[in-house]
Design a protein around this ligand. Structure first.
Ligand code: NAD
Length: 461
């Protein structure tokens, strides 16, 4: 049978594309070598958030006194926490299977055999499949940096190993203070593990507004996390991580039961060797705004493009790719300027659009001027979250922060950065403003429900 579309990979990009194309009446075949749902559902977003929720419940129970609640002998059973995580994952994977009812899902590793402008042939196991179009959604895997002693060391964990572990270590050294590193630091800290974070750059979460990051870092330092920033890992030996301070060049060592390495992810490009003319860029498969590669009937979406490695970007890219294949008018593009992102620390960090630093850097480069000289190009509206009554009611002892960056000339919202629970739940409202190019005056006309923490987005205007 000739399929209209063959999809390699069943993560958020793959299953979203399959659902869209099947709904439009296309014959779709989807190949997945492990489990539907990909990294996000099986070994990423969902399992981490499930574990983090248990940790948060434990912390809340222990610290109930702040809210007039006393509970004695609060404890947790990590195995039960793990079992619940598996249950959540199974339930959601079953939901995806249900959505794939009109799609031929083939379990196995797919390899491209040949490609012409009219047809792609995919091999999976003994069988071959033909399709008019191919969408590559093979995702990414944990990057293993070339640090001596990292390979074949049972004490070294990837995020996947950490998620699968049935027991907590007593201590952990986390190499990489990025998103994955800080989410695991949150989990382990809250469950009483001794945590050291080793970050090569001058601070953790360097891609995020540093005023926002400071609140999390200060709180975590008080809670006992040791941060070694500006620090390069030189070698790992057994339980020991040997490092060098980037400023002083002094060498040091941290000893921990487990060493979690999370220093980024890399695109999965295996199985594409037959596409000899396929073009790549530094991060993955090169695509245009419609997720088209340089080969006319080959598209790519999700982490394999290396653009922004987030599940919600992957699924939107998949919608855009299928929209283009179906020649839907008006052609949609993905709005990279309005992608929300969340770091599930406690308190949460959420942001969308440009940060103060990015806007400043943009104008400095555009106009060849200093930071002071471009300061009148944008406004920074900033308020502690405590300006929201609901936040004060529910976040004893927390400050929080909401920063909105506004273009000085046309008064449009360029970006929003927040720290404070539960900002992940209403960053989407800020995404609307950024995506639609709303001005401050337009935002002021929006009615926010009271009392909600989301009202901070109105207060900050
Ligand atoms: P990352 O790029 O966010 O962070 C990696 C960190 O490791 C960086 O800060 C980097 O400076 C540091 N680093 C690199 N080499 C180092 C070394 N040798 N020693 C010490 N530090 C080193 O990558 P990640 O945290 O691995 O996450 C991977 C991807 O998954 C990212 O694209 C992330 O956005 C995505 N992700 C998103 C979420 C979310 O949205 N909540 C959650 C998890 C992962």
């Amino acid at each position: 049978m000739m399929y209209n579309l063959a999809i390699m990979g069943g993560g958020p990009a793959g299953y979203t594309a399959a659902e869209c194309a099947a709904k439009a009446g296309w014959k779709v075949v989807l190949f997945e070598k492990e489990s539907l749902g990909g990294t996000c559902l099986n070994v990423g977003c969902i399992p981490t958030k499930t574990l983090l929720y248990s940790a948060k419940q434990y912390v809340n129970a222990k610290n109930g006194a702040k809210y007039g609640i006393s509970a004695e002998n609060v404890s947790f059973d990590y195995l039960k926490i793990q079992q619940r995580k598996q249950k959540v994952v199974r339930k959601l994977v079953a939901g995806i299977k249900q959505k794939m009812k009109d799609v031929d899902v083939i379990t196995g590793e797919a390899v491209v055999k040949s490609q012409t402008d009219k047809q792609v042939v995919i091999a999976c196991g003994e069988a071959e499949y033909e399709a008019e179009n191919l969408l590559i959604c093979t995702g990414s895997t944990n990057f293993v940096p070339p640090i001596p002693g990292i390979e074949n060391n049972e004490n070294v964990w990837s995020s996947t190993d950490a998620l699968a572990a049935k027991e907590l270590p007593k201590s952990i050294a986390i190499v990489g203070g990025g998103v994955i590193g800080m989410e695991f630091a949150t989990l382990y800290m809250e469950l009483g593990v001794e945590v050291t974070v080793i970050e090569a750059l001058p601070n953790i979460l360097m891609t995020i507004d540093q005023d926002v990051v400071k609140q999390v870092k200060d709180k975590y330092e008080k809670a006992g996390i040791r941060f070694l920033i500006n620090t390069r890992v030189k070698a790992i030996e057994g339980h020991q991580v040997r490092y060098q301070d980037g400023e002083t060049n002094a060498e040091g060592m941290v000893e921990a039961e487990k060493i979690l390495v999370c220093v980024g992810r890399r695109a999965n490009l295996a199985g594409l060797e037959a596409l000899t003319n396929l073009e790549f860029d530094r991060k993955g498969i090169k695509v245009n705004d419609f997720m088209q590669t340089n080969l006319p009937n080959v598209y790519a979406a999700g982490d394999v493009t290396g653009k922004i490695m987030l599940a919600h970007v992957a699924s939107r890219q998949a919608e855009v790719a299928v929209g283009r294949m179906l020649r839907q008018i008006p052609l949609q593009r993905i709005a990279y300027n309005a992608i929300p992102s969340v770091v599930y620390t406690n308190p949460e960090i959420a942001s969308v659009g440009l940060s103060e630093k990015e806007v400043q850097a943009f104008y400095m480069e555009m106009e060849g001027k200093s930071a002071e000289e471009v300061a009148d190009k944008y406004e920074v509206h900033s308020l502690p979250m405590t300006f929201s009554g609901r936040f004060v009611a529910e976040n004893e002892g927390e400050m929080g922060l909401c920063k909105m960056i506004v273009d000085a000339k046309n008064q449009t919202v360029l970006g929003v950065q927040m720290v404070g629970n539960p900002c992940s739940e209403f960053i989407a409202a800020a995404s609307f403003a950024v995506r639609m190019g709303y001005t401050i005056a337009e935002c002021k006309q929006v009615v926010f429900p009271h009392p909600t923490v989301s009202e901070i987005l109105k207060e900050v205007l």
